[in-house]
Write a protein that binds this ligand. Structure first.
Ligand SMILES: Nc1ncnc2c1ncn2[C@@H]1O[C@H](COP(=O)(O)OP(=O)(O)O)[C@@H](O)[C@H]1O
Ligand SMILES: [Mg+2]
Length: 229
């Protein structure tokens, strides 16, 4: 599960890079956006579209499309926090429904890459927040840190939140959001020292998800999958 230090930090980019990297290694891989908020003019959410494009086509071994309802069980028009978007239309986001969709996806692929929404403690419903969802799906988390002013605090707070809730970690990815960020190397060095989890790589500025996949630590990533079999 790809969680971020905030909204707009690169979860979708890095999530798509994971999907490409898995597929480049011969695996069938599908993206999932459990809850999307904000739709484009064509009525589709841009994260869902990007994840679909980066995913394998169809159900593994069959000439059948993957139902959008599995890849994106909840989609709300306004670009506001998930539980507020749901409340506006009288919907309650159900963890049972999200778990069911996730298990459907798991059953028709080798790997599911789930993208969160916003930061790690974004509320979803009375049942819990994004971290609770990772726990409910029983999947390990990758934290995407969007490198910008303020990211040290966001990253360290996110790490504390994940640790205090005993979420299984894979590691963290730094995302070069800006081409010329002041003290970028200093920020990276600080995070490598202070974040208590494996560092999986720096996603370059303006890299496509295909090329971005090549900078990630696939040995660590694939070992996680092997250990969970
Ligand atoms: N490495 C990068 N280089 C250039 N632009 C980026 C990079 N990562 C993200 N962006 C841009 O920043 C914005 C937010 O990225 P996105 O992956 O959608 O974040 P999130 O999913 O966390 O909201 C998008 O417009 C995206 O194209
Ligand atoms: Mg996104």
């Amino acid at each position: 599960m790809v969680l971020g230090t905030d909204t707009g930090v690169g979860k979708t980019r890095v999530g798509c890079a994971f999907l490409h990297g898995l597929r480049q290694r011969g695996l069938h891989a599908l993206g999932m956006k459990p809850v999307a908020t904000g739709v484009e003019d064509d009525g589709e959410n841009s994260d869902v579209r990007a994840l679909k494009l980066a995913s394998s086509s169809g159900i593994k071994g069959m000439d059948l499309p993957v139902p959008t309802q599995w890849m994106n069980p909840y989609s709300f028009e306004p670009a506001v926090a998930p539980h507020l978007a749901a409340r506006r239309v009288g919907v309650t986001i159900s963890f049972a429904c999200l778990r069911q969709a996730f298990h459907q996806l798991q059953g028709c692929t080798d790997a599911v890459v789930v993208e969160g929404a916003g930061g790690v403690l974004v509320p979803l419903s009375e049942e819990g927040d994004m971290v609770d969802l990772a726990l409910a799906l029983d999947i390990p988390v990758v934290l995407v840190v969007g490198l910008r002013l303020g990211c040290l605090n966001h990253a360290l707070l996110s790490a504390e939140a994940l640790q205090s809730r005993s979420v299984p970690w894979v590691g963290w990815v730094a995302n070069r959001l800006e081409p010329d960020l002041a003290e970028e190397e200093g920020q990276l060095e600080t995070l490598r020292v202070r974040l208590p989890l494996p560092f999986l790589g720096v996603y370059p500025h303006a890299a496509t998800p295909e090329s971005g996949a090549s900078v990630l630590d696939w040995e660590t990533l694939l070992a996680v999958g092997e250990n969970r079999k």
